[in-house]
Design a protein around this ligand. Structure first.
Ligand code: PNS
Length: 161
């Protein structure tokens, strides 16, 4: 049976850190679904549709083999239920530091409690340890250069804002 994994996140916007996790996770599973999810703790700055477009363009910009990668959106409801319906047994989460793990661990435990889904944590490459979507947005807004944190498509979109 094919192993299907889901990599959920806000991707607001997708960074090179996310792209690296997608590239690495896609090599570990038969199918990887990158899922744009609404995070109730965050106010999204772009529509899910636009975030998906930037994910698609970033994978192309960065030369990621997308043959087993699918992009979709979870509009509402539990992530673990979505994965169950999809037949995905694994959630992918990238982590950069202890703060990320402290945030992710309870979610991994609750998700497993709800449906039995396992979370696989992938350690961020040190090159991307400082990169976060919120900092990228802030630096771009204040006129800074974000080219080394995001793909060309995202940098271009941020310059237009
Ligand atoms: O990129 P983010 O904002 O850190 O991603 C967080 C996200 C979207 C993965 C998280 O908010 C999430 O898992 N939301 C799904 C809602 C859900 O199922 N919650 C209950 C169990 S944790």
């Amino acid at each position: 049976m094919a192993t299907v994994a889901v990599y959920p996140g806000s991707f607001d916007p997708i960074t090179l850190g996310h792209v690296d996790i997608i590239r690495r996770a896609s090599k570990l599973f038969d199918e990887l679904h990158v899922l744009v999810v609404h995070n109730p703790d965050k106010l999204a700055s772009a529509t899910a549709e636009f975030r998906l477009e930037l994910i698609r363009n970033s994978l192309t910009d960065e030369g990621v083999d997308s043959s087993n990668i699918k992009l979709s959106e979870l509009q509402s409801g539990l992530l673990s239920k979505y994965c169950q319906n999809l037949g995905a047994g694994v959630l992918i989460k990238g982590f950069r530091n202890n703060v990320d793990l402290d945030y992710e661990l309870p979610m991994a435990q609750v998700n497993r409690d709800l449906t039995g889904i396992e979370t696989v944590f992938i350690a961020a490459d040190p090159r991307f340890a400082l990169v976060s979507s919120s900092l990228v947005r802030q630096v771009a807004k204040l006129g800074g250069d974000v080219d080394r944190y995001v793909s060309d498509s995202v940098a271009k979109a941020l310059r237009k804002e």
